[in-house]
Design a protein around this ligand. Sequence first.
Ligand code: S3P
Length: 178
Amino acid sequence: LLYQNKIVKIVLIGYMGSGKSTIGKLLSQKRNLEFIDLDDYIGQAEKMSVSDIFKNKGELYFRKKEYEYLNEVLAQNDNFILSTGGGTPCYGNNMQAMLEKTENTFYLKVSIPQLAKRLLKEKDERPLVRNIPKEELPEFIGKHLFERSYFYNQANKVISCDGKDPQEIVTEMESILI
Ligand code: S3P
């Protein structure tokens, strides 16, 4: 297959809780490609977790670093699967930068009720939803997703993830990898 002879850069985008890290890890194992989680990468480079960066330095500082490290990763002349943060495509020219470096940008699309269900379980690690009351979460996600969809929909491929297990999603992605 062609992909074995050329550099493969795969970028996963999508809302918080859409499964970017889970799917990215699975696909990287299956394809034997390096997996990079942008939030972890930022956390290691800054020696501080993303939630502590938000708390101690503020979101603006985080977005600046996110931009810098995204471009550092994209510039790698090697195979990788990158899972981004939910906001990554939505700031500066990040989306453009991703589209310029690869034709394998995937938007993992998940419905609002499904996102709400998942985020409810992992709310505390996510600075942007931590303080949203449980009953307001679906409405918050709906508005936020509406704003962000403009960017997410610029992905090369949109994968509808509802009702599919991770293996199925990975298989679907493999069938359309360039
Ligand atoms: C964010 C999503 C987070 C993380 C930060 C901001 C966002 O990543 O980058 O908390 O703006 O949606 P996940 O999508 O992995 O939760």
